[in-house]
Design a protein around this ligand. Structure first.
Ligand SMILES: Cc1cc2nc3c(=O)[nH]c(=O)nc-3n(C[C@H](O)[C@H](O)[C@H](O)COP(=O)(O)OP(=O)(O)OC[C@H]3O[C@@H](n4cnc5c(N)ncnc54)[C@H](O)[C@@H]3O)c2cc1C
Length: 469
């Protein structure tokens, strides 16, 4: 967009230059004369994981909703990524997913998905952002607090500190500050420092551990899949394994243990853990693959939702986005897609400001209401599944048992019913709303299975080949 059309303010600052920060900056660039990303780290130049995003060493899937938003902000982005090395798959056909005690059917579908490492995705987003915009990026620089108007009703900028030996400090003014600082976001603390209440946090504790490494796949002419996910079935099995294809024709493998049943980080223990998964398929796939990196571990304590949408007072000139609002148990792979959908809401809200010369003071209220709507579904999907383990701690919604009864039977039917598996994937990809789970063509088979009616499908533990309906 031409500079002359950027009417909503002189300067916007984005805290954090990860997925949320890069996408947010792209949107703000169309509305503010100058946009600055402040990032504590220095960006990786070689697709290596960086310190500020330690989760980047583990498997990361991006769903269709997220792909759609990113392609809108950076036209042709994922096609470009594919030419650079991302692996393009049919999500339903190329994925072998054991979940809820059954393998899902593998019908051919139009769910195109792109597979790469997290640093590869982020580095290419940064490259496109630099190519498409004139955004300023301050690396090795941390935001340490907010500047506010004398009556504290508005955030007017940020305090910066160089993240190097100089520790130089500076105050920088802005018309809008967006916190995309991730799980460790300090906005609640900085808000409290200027007299605002902290948002209430809802947490569901899962205490999961990841152990990940990159492999060169073994040669296997019979392999007819590209991605494998083998989930432990609650409540007995707490162990899960993933094999994701990434750039360079490699595999990124993560093993995950729930509720402190963490996978080890030594070679022998890693294979033993793989052997202990519910079915042998995962171990069989990795046992002859060649490890290319050491094993790295990561612990994730809890799903957490900071309820900014419930606050009665919030300053103008400030927004919070992405993991800084909510983090989900990562085994369901939703964070980046949710973050992208939130950025898309921000885009729409800013476009609705056409004709104005400043953003409205109630922008945050509207934005948090919209983001809460986006978060509801992935929060429900993640925490409902987590509550299948009785040791999971957190407030169980009253409908937990009924909903889990239904969802479990629906998952079991994913093994033989192409329609149900496609519906499940469409909700997962943010293409359909979860009400699709109750469409008559899903509802009646699920109820039939629940009641044990004749003709309801009996799931099998045999890994399915591709179905061609
Ligand atoms: C083990 C694991 C696996 C995951 N797998 C998936 C998956 O498969 N699919 C998926 O979609 N999501 C997954 N996620 C979630 C995903 O990583 C996050 O949802 C996503 O990274 C959120 O992006 P963000 O930009 O909000 O925050 P982050 O990626 O956390 O980035 C925050 C950035 O802000 C910077 N920063 C923080 N504070 C400051 C400050 N004060 N000043 C300056 N800079 C600052 C940090 O250095 C960092 O660069 C996973 C998460 C984990 C933990």
């Amino acid at each position: 967009m031409e500079k002359s059309n950027r009417r909503l303010g002189k300067h916007a600052i984005v805290i954090g230059g990860s997925i949320g920060g890069l996408l947010t900056a792209r949107v703000l660039n169309s509305h503010f004369e100058k946009v600055t990303i402040v990032e504590r780290d220095s960006f990786s130049t070689d697709y290596e994981p960086r310190k500020g995003v330690p989760q980047g060493k583990n498997v990361h899937v991006i769903f269709g909703g997220g792909v759609r938003v990113i392609n809108r902000l950076f036209p042709g982005f994922f096609d470009e990524l594919a030419t650079k090395g991302s692996i393009v798959c049919d999500f339903a056909k190329d994925l072998c997913w054991y979940h809820g005690g059954v393998w899902k059917a593998r019908p051919a579908s139009d769910l195109v998905s792109y597979w790469q490492s997290r640093p590869f995705l982020e580095s290419n987003l940064l490259r496109r952002l630099k190519a498409d915009t004139d955004i300023r990026i301050l690396e090795k620089c941390a935001v340490t607090g907010f500047l506010s108007s004398p009556n504290k009703s508005r955030i007017t900028g940020v305090k910066l500190r160089a993240h190097d030996q100089t520790e130089k400090t500076e105050d920088v003014e802005a018309d809008l500050v967006v916190d995309a600082g991730g799980r460790g976001s300090q906005t609640p603390v900085w808000l409290e420092a200027i007299g605002y209440p902290r948002p209430i946090e809802t947490t569901v504790e899962v205490n999961i551990g990841y152990a990940s490494r990159i492999y060169e796949p073994s040669q296997d002419a019979t392999r007819d899949w590209q991605i494998m996910a083998l989930y432990g079935t609650p409540p007995d099995s707490k162990r899960t394994g993933y094999i994701f294809p990434i750039e360079g024709g490699r595999w990124l493998v993560s093993q995950v243990g729930f509720l402190k049943d963490f996978p080890p980080d030594d070679d022998k223990g890693y294979l033993e853990f793989a052997k202990s998964l519910e079915l042998p398929d995962f171990y069989e796939a990795i046992k002859d693959a060649k490890p290319l990196t050491p094993i790295t571990t990561f612990h994730f304590p809890a799903n957490r939702w900071r309820r900014y949408d419930h606050l009665s007072r919030f300053p103008a000139g400030l927004l919070v986005i992405g993991d800084a609002i909510s983090t989900f148990n990562p085994v369901y792979g939703q964070g980046m897609s949710v973050c992208s959908l939130e950025v898309d809401e921000l885009r729409q809200l800013l476009e609705n400001c056409q004709g104005r010369s400043t953003i409205p003071d109630d922008m945050a209220k509207k934005f948090f209401r919209k983001t809460a709507k986006i978060i509801e579904t992935p929060w429900m999907l993640a925490t409902q599944s987590d509550f299948l383990y009785p040791e999971t701690s957190g407030k169980r919604p009253v409908h937990t048992n009924v909903l889990n009864w239904y969802l479990l039977r629906m998952l079991q039917l994913c093994s033989g019913n192409d329609r149900i598996v496609k519906t499940f994937y469409e909700v997962l990809h943010f293409i359909k709303k979860p009400t699709a789970f109750f469409h008559p063509l899903v509802f009646f088979p699920v109820i039939g299975r629940g009641l044990g009616l004749k003709g309801s499908y009996e799931p099998s533990k045999q890994r399915p080949s591709v179905t061609t309906t």
